[in-house]
Design a protein around this ligand. Structure first.
Ligand code: TMP
Length: 235
């Protein structure tokens, strides 16, 4: 029964969802832009959505300003990133995937586990509960509406993690622009963020491609392209 439902969902959803992660200063932006260009060339620009979190909708962009600039406790911050994510999923990501489009998203929930969970040391179980509420796709058993174990959860098909030693990222960020709340954190915070990403990858090894971002730009790009092509997502 469950496998029938899952295979129906699989055939109904032809879209592709790729997320990009890494500590601040890891250098993901140029590679995301290059990948957007590669997908545009293969699928047509109208089938490719380039978006980001927190953000991607007018409401989520407003929440982004609060999240990046206002001091708040870690639970409040987690509620806000998941609220932004819920709106982003409803307004942009799910409709795009239902149309069969490609969604390239600069950060998704792994960032919450890395920053709020790893960096701020917030409770991972609470984040998992919020994740299940926020990213539910469809209830398998309507009568169990509040049984979180029965929810199908939206996750990226592939997550590209740009891994860079925090000391190097800090050098790259230094003086680049006025730092936001997260960018202003000490190196130790980013060590915890990186550990958070590693923990998340260990739990979902098939979804993650960990890229060594401490190489030349050309070498990083070659690794990014290889990761996407090895999944059959680009010819
Ligand atoms: P960006 O500068 O790469 O757009 O990322 C925005 C910042 O927000 C970055 O420092 C990471 C942080 N962030 C979180 O703390 N939690 C989240 O869930 C997300 C998506 C981002």
């Amino acid at each position: 029964m469950l496998s029938d439902v899952l295979s129906q969902l699989k055939t109904a959803e032809q879209g592709l969802f790729i997320s990009f992660e890494g500590i601040d200063g890891a250098g993901k932006s140029t590679h995301i832009e290059a990948l957007v260009a590669a997908f545009n060339a293969e699928h047509g620009a109208d089938k490719v959505i380039h978006t980001r979190e927190p953000g991607g909708t007018p409401l989520a962009e407003k929440l982004r300003q609060l999240i990046l600039n206002d001091p708040m406790d870690a639970l409040t911050e987690s509620f806000l990133v998941f609220a932004a994510r819920r709106d982003h999923l409803n307004q942009v990501i799910e409709p795009a995937l239902a149309r069969g489009d490609v969604v390239l998203c600069d950060r998704f929930t792994d960032a919450t586990f890395a920053y709020q969970g790893g960096g701020r040391g917030f409770d991972l179980k609470t984040l998992s509960i919020l994740e299940r509420f926020t990213q539910q796709i469809r209830r398998l058993e309507p009568e169990n509406a509040y049984n979180l174990d029965d929810l199908l959860i939206r996750q990226p098909d592939l997550t590209i993690w740009f891994d860079l030693p925090p000391e190097i990222a800090a050098e790259r960020l230094a003086g680049a622009r006025v730092p936001d709340k997260f960018e202003a954190q000490p190196v130790e915070f980013f060590r915890q963020v990186a550990a958070g990403y590693q923990h998340r990858m260990d739990e979902n090894p098939a979804r993650f491609a960990k890229i060594n971002a401490h190489q030349s730009r050309e070498a990083v790009w070659a690794d990014v392209l290889a990761a996407v092509k090895s999944k059959g997502f680009l010819a």
